[in-house]
Design a protein around this ligand. Structure first.
Ligand code: ZN
Length: 296
């Protein structure tokens, strides 16, 4: 593994909507944005703040200032705030363009220039949305929520790409050549919550706290119990992952698993055979740990 391989690039974004009906506390929003920006500044990081029109209007000076400090001030929209239905993905192209461009005008009034980054309320979109964003001059955004199946919010993203990609001009869940870069939220592709409608994702919000605590508690339990972790996963093909696991928890805690018939057992096996691990470590994963666990 080279130093270049070990650099982690990530995008930290926050929707700023304290003046929306759910919070309706402009002062709290100002403190939150100031606090987040200060933390990012202290670490030398830059964040993306996706702001609804009424927050921009309430705190124009603050957002102009954090933009000068190098943070991105992007654009977030909830159509209901403009008198439309809540979910943008319900609308055809003309109405979507009208909703977004009306709100953009208000952004320009305060910031002096149009936003380039975009985030849609409820990640509600349809196949018209990306071409409209590109047409209105947006260059990138966080519109998708890979794995989400929420038709009641017109927010269906099953199978959408997990990683950054150019959007497709005609199909929202495919990568394409539209001049708009989609930066999806980070999700755990192997989890489901909300009755199976949504994968767990790296979202810091009270409603999700119990899920994060659940994951943390589970990990703590797994690690403290000396339990074994099975290697089967579609993602164990990721370079360095099995090796990383062996380094983190020790090869004596990893157990070969195939998850067959979901995955192809010989391929799962080959991943261990060809891992950059010692022969002893491979023997532990493939044989000795099982002998110990099952008292064979
Ligand atoms: Zn929102």
């Amino acid at each position: 593994m080279t130093a270049e391989d070990s650099v982690v690039y990530f995008n930290l974004s926050t929707d700023c909507e304290a003046t929306g009906p759910a919070v309706a506390d402009a002062a709290l929003g100002k403190r939150a944005t100031q606090g987040l920006a200060a933390i990012l500044d202290a670490e030398g990081w830059r964040g993306s703040f996706f702001v609804i029109p009424t927050d921009i209007e309430a705190h124009g000076a603050l957002y102009r200032e954090i933009a000068e400090r190098g943070h991105e001030v992007g654009f977030h929209v909830h159509p209901a705030a403009q008198g439309y239905a809540e979910f943008c993905g319900l609308y055809g192209p003309e109405t979507q363009e009208k909703i977004i461009s009306e709100a953009v005008e208000r952004f320009v009034q305060v910031m002096g220039e149009p936003p380039q980054g975009f985030s849609m309320g409820y990640a509600s979109a349809n196949d018209y949305t990306y071409p409209i964003l590109a047409k209105l001059g947006f260059t990138h955004g966080m519109c998708s929520m890979p794995g989400r199946i929420l038709p009641e919010c017109a927010s269906v993203w099953a199978g959408a790409p997990l990683f950054m990609h150019y959007a497709h001009p005609h199909n929202r869940v495919l990568p394409g050549a539209l001049d708009f870069v989609e930066i999806p939220a980070t999700i755990d592709w192997e989890s489901r919550m909300w009755g199976g409608k949504h994968p767990q994702y790296l979202r810091v919000e009270l409603v999700d706290a119990k899920n994060h605590f659940y994951t943390m508690r589970l990990l703590r339990k797994l690690l403290s119990q000396q339990s074994l972790i099975d290697t089967s996963s579609a993602m164990n093909m990721t370079p360095g992952l099995v090796e990383w696991g062996a380094k983190e928890v020790g090869a004596e805690r990893l157990l070969y698993g195939s998850d067959s018939p979901c995955y192809f057992a010989p391929m799962q096996r080959a991943r261990i055979d060809h891992a950059e691990l010692s022969l002893t470590e491979k023997q532990l994963i493939l044989r000795d740990n099982a002998i110990r666990l099952f008292q064979l």
